[in-house]
Every structure is written in C-alpha cells, then in structure tokens.
Design a protein around this ligand. Structure first.
Ligand SMILES: [Zn+2]
Length: 399
C-alpha cells in the first residue's frame, strides 16, 4: 500500500485515505492500521529502494493471515486502466435513480434518513468523470435533484429516463446510446442484508448485449465494495423476479441496459458508508472498471443484412464483425461459430458461416402470404463471449 500511496498524485492522495477514517465514529469496520502497515512492508516491491525478493514459504505464510472480506478500511485506489481507451467514443446514458420527493417523509431513505436519490447522483457524477476522462460521451438523465426526464413526481418518469438513451444525439451523428445504466441502491425490511445486484430486462436469452457489460460490473461491485452478503445469491438478476413485466425503466430502453442496486442503504453501517463521497467513488470506480473490461472485449456487430432473389427463393447475407481491433492474432477466427443463430419471422433457420470472409449466408424460401418485409434476428458472439448489437432488422423482400 505504501507504494501506491507514493505514486498517487494529488488530488488522488486525498481520497487514498482509508475512507472509514472520514466517517463519524461508530463504524463497525474501523481501519486495521497495523495489518495494513505490515502488508505494505511485503507488498512494496519493485518500486521500493529497500526491496528484496521474497521466498515462497514466506509468501505462502501470508495466506494464513488473509484480509477480511469486509476490509472497509483499505485505501482507495483509482488508477486509470490502460484499456480505458477502448471506451473512447462509447455513448453512455447514466440514470441516477429517483429525485424529486425530498419532502416526502421516509421516501427512499435509510434508517437515519440518508436519501437514496442523493447517493445515486454522487455515484453518477463520479462515474461520469471517470468515463469522460476515458473518452466516452456520457449524459446524465438528471444532474440535480430533478430534470425534465428524471423526477419521481412525474407519472411517466421511468419511460422518460429511458427515452434519453433511446433518442440520444450522438457526437458521431447517430441516434441512441450504446448503453443505458440506471444507478440505484437497494432497500429491504431486514437491516442485516447487504450485497450488490445488477438487473437486466426480460429473459436472459433476449438480453445478451445487456448481460455482457452487466456481468463485469456485477463482479467488480462484489470485489470493490466487499459487502458481507456477497455469495448468498447471484449478482445478475432478471427484473421479472421483481415485477411481472420487469422494471419500467429497463422495459422502455431500446438500447442495451442494466440497473445497479449496488448495496443496501437499509443496512445501518452501509447507510453511513454511502454518505461518504469517497465510498461513492469506490462504487463508481467498480462500475468504471467493469465497463473498461467489457469494452476491452469488444462489441461484435454485422453489416446490415441484404436479401436477393436466387432461383425460386431468397438469399440473405451479412458480414460479421468481432468488434475487436486488429491486434496480434486477429488473423485467427475470433467469432465463436457455435454461437451463430439466425431467426427469420421468429423461426430459427439454418445458416452457413465462412470464418475466412466472415460472411454469413442464409437460404430461404419466398415468404408465405407475399410478405413485403422479413423480421430478421442475428445472434453471434466473439471469443470473449460478447454478443452482437444490434440484433434485430426489418429487411425488405426484393420483388
Ligand atoms: Zn432506487
């Protein structure tokens, strides 16, 4: 830890303090100063002038004195991930949940009155800064207590929030965000419950492009916040577990989307942590790292499918793209052929894929009933198991 402190330039040095030291007294997870200092002695390798290589037996012995999972006193580190460059150009809408009902007693508040709307906004602002520094284009649905789109007093606020992402005017001239993330914290009537969850809309089979980033973010939230309840249930949740039709804000999103419930503000100690902007930064950093790791693995896509008549049938073709740079090894197949699935008018149809040219070909009979258009859905994944976007097309039938 000594090494990372030394290398932290201001202003990060200020947030590298154990955040629990910034809390009012009474936090059950006070920083364990002595073990941290002891670790600094053996983790301060390479950069430290007094560094000496360690023997395996000594290092093996450290494993008998591992950190507690809930080590909330450890220093906060917010390095810029070198792969954040793969987020450049990504268009992301962040939706800080709630806002607009500060006057309603007990509305979305923890045991001592800490408001979810405010912690959500702090995380959103910090995450916006991290992502913008990485070159992403980031828009918040609200940057204050409320906005025209985001206000819990509006009956249709959930749809309005998602519409910000659906209609986003992108710097590249396109319409629609690459990703919509609704930022929340959870509540339950049991004070001991505390773990992160990340929610996607609908069934997993219909949510592939949302699940890809959600998976990284969920695992990062587990690792960075270290809530006691991690492992008691899964981190990825289908929003139909909560409501028959899912969460309104995700249901209205027409772009890949997920909703974070990063921890429980009904847990008394967690509520106090969530008051602290340094802890909010820990959460923002977790989401940032998850998104960097996601972007690093690319988002596959394909050329718009084309249909031509051939004999008494149709031939549909599209060229698949792994969504990855021309790195070393890019001449090897990077699309998992086993993941390719094409649906026409809702029915799965056989397809052939040429891994050299990356052209996907589907032979079809003329549509029954003289339909003018085909509803085509194309699915594939790259070697990082990241799925393509977009997946659905309406393709005219040539006359
Ligand atoms: Zn909420």
């Amino acid at each position: 830890m000594r090494r990372s402190r030394r290398h932290l330039a201001p202003p990060f040095a200020a947030v590298a303090l154990p955040f629990a030291a910034l809390l009012p007294g009474g936090c059950a997870n006070a920083p364990r100063v002595a073990p941290a200092a002891a670790r600094a002695a053996h983790l301060g390798h390479v950069a430290a002038p007094d560094w000496t290589p360690r023997e395996l037996d000594e290092v093996m012995a450290w494993l008998d004195e591992r950190d507690d999972w809930q080590d909330h006193g450890r220093p906060l580190a917010v390095p810029r991930h070198p792969a954040e460059k793969y987020l450049a150009g990504f268009c992301i809408v962040l939706d800080p949940g709630h806002g607009g009902k500060a006057d309603v007693p007990g509305y979305k508040r923890g045991p001592t009155g800490v408001r979810e709307a405010e912690m959500n906004l702090r995380v959103a602002r910090l995450l916006q800064k991290l992502l913008t520094d990485a070159g992403a284009f980031v828009v918040l649905t609200r940057d204050g207590e409320t906005s025209a789109a985001a206000d819990d007093r509006l009956p249709d606020t959930l749809v309005r929030r998602a519409e910000v992402a659906n209609h986003l005017a992108r710097p590249d001239g396109g319409i629609g965000a690459d990703l919509f993330i609704s930022l929340h914290h959870n509540a339950v009537d049991r004070p001991d419950v505390n773990y992160p969850t990340v929610w996607f809309h609908g069934e997993a089979d219909h949510a592939e492009p949302s699940l890809d980033p959600a998976r990284y973010v969920g695992h990062r939230l587990n690792a960075e916040l270290r809530c006691a309840g991690v492992g008691k249930t899964g981190v990825l949740m289908n929003d139909r577990q909560m409501h028959r039709t899912g969460f309104g804000v995700l249901r209205a999103a027409r772009v890949p989307a997920f909703l974070t419930e990063s921890s429980f503000f009904t847990h008394p100690e967690e509520e106090q942590r969530l008051r602290d902007a340094a802890y909010n930064l820990r959460e923002a950093q977790a989401i940032y790292l998850g998104l960097v790791e996601y972007a690093y693995g690319g988002r596959p896509t394909q050329s718009p499918p084309e249909v031509r008549r051939e004999g008494d049938g149709l031939v549909l073709t599209t060229k698949l793209d792994e969504g990855l740079p021309g790195w070393w090894g890019s001449d090897r197949p990077r699309i998992l052929a086993s993941t390719i699935a094409v649906f026409v008018q809702g029915e799965r149809v056989p397809a052939t894929f040429d891994s050299k040219s990356k052209v996907l070909t589907v032979r079809l009979p003329l549509p029954a009933g003289g339909a003018d258009v085909l509803q085509v859905s194309i699915h594939h994944a790259n070697l990082y198991k990241h799925h393509n976007w977009p997946q659905r097309y309406t393709v005219p039938v040539p006359r």
